[in-house]
Design a binder for this molecule. Structure first.
Ligand SMILES: Nc1ncnc2c1ncn2[C@@H]1O[C@H](COP(=O)(O)OP(=O)(O)OP(=O)(O)O)[C@@H](O)[C@H]1O
Length: 673
């Protein structure tokens, strides 16, 4: 069954030494194998060896953020993808599947138990379902999340007052013309999304940056608050994203108020004040219990709300989505907002991408996405919105009735370079990517790595530009009269985003380079750990202080304290909070943190900057290459509003743009089949 020069136990040790697997992977496998050995009726060494290997592969897969191990994907001749394979599995994938289903530690779901199977799934540490092996816990997360989403997607609010339809028409007044070039009708997907979220218990509104997700949800909340007194909560995965959601909703309400002014005799504009603005983090909503992975709110103590809006849903991982859905009260509505093309969550799963997977059009379609409505719901939506949706009816709609895809960016107008580059990368369109770079757009700047024995002129150029970008806020910080809010806003104009943490071109190296360059330019004096102008990014949650992983602040003299006491100004870390106020924290009390002239693309999700510089490694290692995906590049580009610079090499940029993230999961199948 297995051919190996050494025992699998010894092999796992050598894989750990070579860092192919983590110590956790090895221990996990050994513990489970021990369990298996104790459970097995007859001791079968070859079975034990195989089981040990499979457990290590599963754990390795989970640490790569997959939620399961598809058996078909195991490379039988080289299971760990080594340069020189140290072992091979000698049976076929089918034989392997049959064998695994007979192991006492591996259960199978009751409704798909093969005749010769010994186990049901609920009592075993592992589960084999539809050709994929799961850890029991992840299997429960995935199946329960799928069940709950399907249940919510089916539920429909019947009947709709005529007044509501009239309000919908006022909110979306345009009778869109036919597309002149194609003669095909132009749909107001924001209107369709609003009608969907009004009539469905679950609505998933996705789209790239500036496609109007917040505008749409603000109009929806206005519509909802016209008639009923609802408890509505707004949340996002991080503090930064929550603060941005609050800001966007506030701005959107201001715009809506003036748009609706001419209709004051027809609708109650004052009910806009009932649309909430304050957003919190998911963790805060669910109620963190110190030193516990559990939350205060769960299935037996559900949240007290009628409608929950979750922004930046692409950042929500599978375990978190499970906790959230479990805590949702039975009558509540759920609206998920996000960009399905962005980087998937840092932890396991790619929930939003899986939810949207069923809308991926086949290759014959000119559009990338294709709606999938049931006939009955397409008819209902058509009546509500005045758009004929019969062309999007599907015989197998899955959860399609609850999905809305906003495709037109109102931020990146027509031929704007940032939007063009983001689109080309998102489509992995190699020739278009090069075309966009060569088109001479003002907003796009390319800096080529120019490594020689004396240094890297490309990197030097980036550091010089960074000094010039950061000098404005550092000059402001020197003036005791400057308002910390203005200084932080000025700092937020520019950010360097790195693909990875470690190394010369990672966050660590670039932060050091910028710090040295700023010191040389006499803009900072970093003699001590905390110096005026040092930006810090928080690495863990501290609920007592109200600081969360990813929060970014500036070390600045506390001028208010100086004015009040006349004392020498002390340094404090200043953070902008969701309500726009400043939180000041003594630097010594900060939870774990790093300097933040540069940050990872991952941590930048949910943020936007006027100017962004992305740094790609020069000669990425094999492990680094796996991290360089089109989702990473797309996320970095779309953080920029006005200028995007890339320090890299053409080959690495292209390779990254052509490589899509793959997360093994059965969620999409459960939602759409
Ligand atoms: N239908 C529309 N017509 C014209 N402008 C619009 C429309 N919808 C949104 N906008 C404008 O586009 C900009 C972005 O809208 P909005 O913030 O709602 O998008 P978003 O998808 O939430 O963006 P983000 O990705 O940043 O969260 C805003 O300035 C908004 O006023």
């Amino acid at each position: 069954m297995i051919q190996s020069k050494q025992s699998i136990k010894a092999l796992l040790k050598s894989w750990e030494t070579e860092r192919l697997i983590t110590p956790l992977d090895r221990h996990f496998a050994l513990e489970l194998a021990e369990f298996h050995r104790q459970q097995l009726d007859q001791h079968n060494e070859s079975h034990n060896e195989l089981f040990l290997l499979i457990c290590a592969l599963l754990s390795h897969q989970l640490s790569q953020q997959h939620t399961c191990l598809p058996i078909e994907q195991i490379s039988l001749n080289n299971p760990m993808n080594e340069q020189e394979p140290q072992c091979r599995i000698t049976c076929s994938h089918d034989e392997l599947m049959t064998l695994l289903s007979q192991f006492s530690a591996i259960g199978v779901p009751q409704d798909s138990v093969p005749q010769n199977s010994l186990q049901e799934s609920s009592s075993t540490p592992l589960v084999l379902d539809q050709g994929s092996l799961y850890l029991q816990r992840y299997y429960q997360f995935e199946t329960q999340v799928a069940d709950k989403l399907r249940y919510l997607a089916q539920d429909e609010v019947q009947g709709l007052p005529t007044a509501t339809q009239e309000t919908l028409n006022i909110l979306f007044p345009h009778n869109l013309p036919k597309n002149a070039a194609t003669e095909s009708p132009v749909y107001d997907w924001q209107k369709i999304a609003t009608a969907t979220a009004f009539t469905k218990r679950l609505a998933v509104i996705t789209g790239g940056p500036g496609t109007g997700k917040t505008t749409t949800v603000t109009k929806l909340l206005f519509l909802m608050t016209q008639k009923a007194d609802l408890t509505i909560k707004l949340v996002a995965p991080t503090g930064k994203a929550a603060a941005r959601l609050s800001e966007s909703i506030k701005a959107s309400k201001v715009r809506l108020k003036s748009e609706l002014a001419p209709f004051a005799d027809k609708i109650d504009i004052n009910s806009l004040s009932r649309v909430p603005e304050e957003a919190s983090t998911l963790h805060r909503l669910l109620g963190v219990i110190p030193n516990s992975p559990q939350f205060r709110h769960h299935k037996d103590n559900p949240l007290r709300l009628d409608l929950l809006v979750v922004d930046e849903a692409s950042m929500v991982d599978l375990p978190m989505m499970h906790k959230l859905l479990s805590a949702l009260p039975s009558h509540a509505r759920l609206i998920l907002l996000g960009d399905q093309d962005q980087l998937a969550s840092v932890e396991a799963g790619a929930v939003l991408a899986d939810i949207c997977a069923g809308l991926k059009a086949d290759k014959s379609q000119s559009e990338k996405w294709q709606m999938r409505y049931s006939a009955a719901y397409a008819q209902r939506l058509s009546q509500l919105t005045g758009h004929d949706l019969s062309g999007f009816i599907s015989a197998s709609p899955g959860i399609g009735d609850s999905l809305c895809m906003l495709m037109h960016s109102h931020r990146f107008k027509g031929d704007a370079g940032i939007g063009q580059l983001a689109g080309a990368v998102n489509n992995s369109d190699k020739s278009r990517i090069m075309e966009v770079w060569q088109s001479g757009y003002d907003e796009l700047h390319w800096i080529e790595h120019q490594k020689t024995s004396t240094g890297n002129a490309g990197l030097e150029q980036l550091l010089t530009q960074s000094v010039s970008h950061y000098s404005a806020y550092l000059e402001m910080a020197k003036d005791p009269q400057s308002d910390p809010l203005d200084i932080i806003e000025c700092y937020n104009e520019f950010r360097i985003l790195c693909a990875m943490r470690a190394g010369e071109y990672g966050v660590d190296g670039i932060n050091q380079g910028v710090k040295d360059a700023l010191k040389q330019a006499k803009l900072i004096s970093p003699e001590h750990e905390f110096y005026p102008g040092r930006p810090v990014i928080i690495q863990s949650n501290d609920y007592n202080l109200g600081l969360f992983n990813g929060d970014i602040g500036l070390i600045l003299p506390d001028s208010a304290h100086q004015q009040a006491t006349g004392a020498v100004p002390r340094l404090m870390a200043h953070f902008i909070q969701a309500d726009g106020s400043i939180l000041k924290v003594l630097p010594a009390r900060l939870p774990s943190h790093d300097t933040c002239f540069a940050m990872t693309v991952h941590k930048s999700q949910g943020s936007e900057f006027s100017k962004v510089a992305m740094v790609l490694p020069l000669w990425p290692s094999q492990a680094q290459k796996q991290l360089l995906t089109k989702e990473l590049v797309y996320t970095a580009i779309t953080r920029a509003k006005h200028q995007f610079t890339c320090l890299g090499s053409q080959t690495v940029f292209e390779q990254a743009s052509l490589q899509a993230t793959k997360r093994s999961s059965g969620l999409a199948r459960r939602l759409w089949n």
